[in-house]
Design a protein around this ligand. Structure first.
Ligand code: SAM
Ligand code: SF4
Length: 463
């Protein structure tokens, strides 16, 4: 196998042995997770494979507790921005597949501004640029221009404060350029860690090279990007194999660069134009998926977990309780999709999403369910990336930093985009939550800043 940090023989052995894991091993693993101890590989594998309903109930309970302890009620909001669907790769699952005979497009800078304006009107402060891979139609300079265009935009209600980037695996030199452009997280999904499956679903193009794709995060680190986000596309290969692969990849980055994934995404295969989802034999059912999300939460408690609108309203509600800390809202998965939606034009998405609710209704429901939608980008703005963010998370100071930031950005959101009812709701939530800021100085300052935001006397505060 190409990369020994994804040792297929080792993962298969772990999964094989996990089938016979005894009750004691699983109970001990659950106790360790509950106490915040690091789990061993065989323990994670045993938790993944258990079918025992009382063990699964306990996995869910502990995942919920860890989530609450580390992240509180905060849910960070974001949206994708598709800029180009030209692609030289032939990924069997994607409608941007080079073999699909569709009309392709790339946004001009005026179109980027038009899309971003719509996203800003939804209240978003954090975007993820998405693009197919095509060096002539969508070279790195074009992506850099998009990033600059977005960061240069100023609105009455502030600006997009963090641009994450989800583009194809590239060179150290290009990663360096992305770093210099001030990106937030570089996101790349391995799709599957299982090399034979990887080879069978990537039919042509540079992405076909498993090792090139797998080592992208190493090159990103070499290029100075210490904030990277991984993920697998659940539905391609054995989901347990892929979850172990994801965790081993994270460990490899931790060992080599002193910092693992900042976030882990858990995309699940959706129907798309040009593919038939029933051709994929490893689709993951809802119960298995929920168990996997919860086990990831137990295995890497300090890594943010991202859920997209690929999941249904009901699944999103459920998974929020099990470890998800970032949620997209109001998303379009196509180039120029936000403008097209507004103009009610026919669409051509990368795949069909499940949660089609507006950002406002998602954010309102989060509040009604006791969550704090957060538009915070403070770590990025304060240079607290990579291992500096992890030290903050592990020091237990998140409550004194992320909570005030979440409350101040929620207050801004309510004043900028909310109606009277939403503002009233926000006021009640903020008053209740401010009491949980342990540090008295920070608590007082937050109260002061929230008042300033309400009066229109200031904004953009962060700890
Ligand atoms: N083109 C780059 C790449 O493939 O790495 C950038 C990311 S692509 C725009 C975003 C992601 O969409 C892919 O990594 C893939 O996991 C996901 N995707 C593609 N087709 C999908 C489908 N049918 N259902 C769900 N996710 C899909
Ligand atoms: Fe291109 Fe990415 Fe789609 Fe593959 S997943 S066809 S690389 S856009």
């Amino acid at each position: 196998m190409s990369e020994n940090f994804i040792d297929h023989v080792y993962i298969n052995k772990l999964l094989e042995e996990a089938k016979n894991a005894g009750d004691d091993l699983i109970k001990n693993a659950l106790d360790k997770a509950q106490n915040g101890e690091t789990l061993l590989h065989n323990e994670v594998a045993a938790l993944l494979l258990t079918k025992n309903s009382s063990h699964i109930a306990r996995i869910f309970e502990i995942a919920g507790k860890i989530k609450k302890r580390i992240y509180g009620n905060r849910i960070v909001m974001f949206a994708p921005l598709y800029v180009s669907d030209f692609c030289v790769n032939r990924c069997a699952y994607c409608s941007f597949n080079h073999g699909n005979d569709t009309k392709r497009s790339r946004l001009g800078m005026d179109e980027v501004r038009e899309e971003v304006k719509i996203l800003e009107m939804m209240g978003h402060k954090r975007l993820a640029i998405e693009a197919g891979e095509n060096d002539s139609e969508c070279p790195i300079d074009y992506i850099l221009e998009c990033i600059k265009t977005i960061y240069d935009m100023k609105f009455e209600n502030g600006e997009i404060r963090r641009v994450n980037v989800n583009i194809a695996a590239t060179t150290i030199e290009n990663y360096r350029k992305l770093k210099e452009a001030g990106i937030g997280t570089y996101i790349l999904f391995q799709e599957t860690y299982h090399e034979p499956t990887y080879n069978s679903v990537h039919h042509a193009g540079p992405k076909k090279d498993y090792a090139w794709h797998l080592t992208a995060m190493d090159r990103a680190q070499e290029g100075g990007i210490d904030d990277v986000g991984g993920g697998v596309l659940f539905g391609l290969a054995d989901p347990y194999f892929d979850t172990m692969g994801l965790l081993l990849h994270n460990e490899h980055l931790e060992k080599k660069y002193n910092v693992g994934f900042h976030t882990i995404s858990v995309p699940r295969l959706c129907p798309a134009e040009g593919m038939n989802i029933s051709d994929f034999p490893n689709l993951v059912d809802d119960d298995t998926f929920a168990k996997i999300v919860a086990v990831i939460r137990l295995a890497v408690p300090f890594t943010g977990m991202i859920l997209s609108t690929r999941e249904s309203h009901d699944m999103r509600k459920k998974l929020l309780q099990l470890g998800i800390s970032q949620l997209s809202a109001g998303s379009s998965t196509e180039v120029g999709g936000y403008g097209k939606r507004k103009r009610k034009e026919k669409t051509n998405p990368q795949f069909f999403v499940n949660d089609e609710r507006s950002a406002t209704s998602i954010i309102t429901e989060l509040m009604d369910d006791g969550f704090i939608p957060s538009f915070c980008t403070a770590c990025y703005r304060g240079g607290r990336t990579g291992d500096r963010f992890m030290s903050l998370a592990k020091s237990g100071q998140i409550g004194n930093v992320c909570l005030p930031n979440a409350l101040m950005t929620l207050c801004e959101y309510a004043m900028d985009y909310g109606d009277d009812l939403f503002r009233e709701k926000t006021k009640a939530v903020i008053e209740k939550e401010i009491a949980h800021i342990a540090n008295e100085t920070i608590r007082k300052k937050t109260i002061e800043n929230v008042e300033k935001i309400r009066r229109g006397d200031g904004r953009d505060f962060f700890v």
